[in-house]
Design a protein around this ligand. Structure first.
Ligand code: 13P
Length: 285
């Protein structure tokens, strides 16, 4: 099986991006895996710290492994936004096959120190595991937010700092602030494509660029971002919304239904369709 770094490099070469989708239960995981199988696409499965707490580290590892074996697809389980060195290490120790350490709220020096500690810990145990570091603050949460979120130029990631951060920490994936936010806000996001290009230009070539906050970004901007060098896109809110809307609709229309697999069937379909739509967009299908 190819490593995540090889798969990301291949995606970049072919002007595509690998999709990263968040889960907090088995139905979401199954829906994403079915979408990946239908399009024969590699995928990353992410769990934030909250999602991990609900799902269980060991359970996530065991279930993703079972789908990997059954479907024969490259699937990478990622502890999305680990906000401490300890939580990143704990996920790796439990068997996650990718790591995301996000110390972007700390100072540049502290972020670098903690990120490097995680990289050293992981690489000394398994050099093939891809580690993501983050520099630049992303506002918002993975939900529909009623307020508008404006991003100031000074909040975007500085390209020289991005390159220094990547070189000194030894990360494999870099995520930054390029006008992206988490969740869906009242105003349409506007990615700074020139900033993405500027960072891509001076980042070490073997470091893949990640776009967080993939929900709510118009398709045209996603395509531009991929062309500018983004090789990995994270989506959470849009699949959460598809899930919740399908569930509410089914329960409203079928108030007597109590069989879980009947209730969840249309929910799974809605999530699968949303993930397929994103995978097609990311890979120009
Ligand atoms: P969205 O909720 O905006 O899709 O962002 C998800 C994300 O970046 C997870 O890492």
């Amino acid at each position: 099986m190819e490593t995540l770094s090889e798969i990301l490099a291949k995606a970049r070469k072919s002007n595509g991006a690998v999709g990263h989708f968040n889960i907090s239960n088995l139905e979401q995981l199954r829906a994403i895996m079915e979408a990946a199988k239908n399009l024969n696409a590699p995928v990353m499965i992410g769990l934030s710290e909250g999602e991990r707490k609900f799902f269980g580290l060991k359970q996530a590892v065991a279930l993703v492994k079972s789908f990997k074996e059954e479907y024969g697809l490259p699937v990478f389980l990622n502890p999305d936004h680990s906000h401490s060195v300890e939580s990143a290490k704990a996920a790796f120790d439990a068997g996650f096959d990718s790591v995301h350490i996000d110390l972007s709220k700390l100072s540049f020096a502290e972020n670098m120190k903690g990120t490097k500690e995680v990289v050293d810990y992981i690489k000394s145990r398994n050099p093939e595991i891809s580690v993501e570091g983050e520099l630049g603050y992303l506002p918002g949460e993975s939900r529909i937010q009623k307020e508008a979120i404006e991003i100031k130029e000074e909040d975007l990631t500085n390209p020289e700092q991005a390159a220094e951060f990547a070189e000194k920490t030894g990360i494999d994936r870099f995520s930054g602030a390029y006008g992206n936010i988490h969740g869906i806000s009242a105003n349409e996001p506007r990615l700074d494509i020139e900033r993405i290009k500027a960072i891509r230009k001076i980042l070490p070539d073997n470091v893949a660029m990640v776009l967080h906050g993939g929900s709510g970004i118009p398709d045209e901007q996603i395509k531009e971002a991929i062309k500018a060098g983004i090789a990995n896109i994270h989506v959470n809110t849009e699949i959460r919304v598809a899930y919740a809307e399908a569930l509410r609709k089914f329960l409203a229309e079928n108030p007597e239904e109590t069989t879980p697999y009947k209730i969840m069937a249309p929910v799974l379909e809605a999530v699968r369709e949303k993930v397929e739509e994103k995978l097609r967009l990311f890979n120009n299908h």
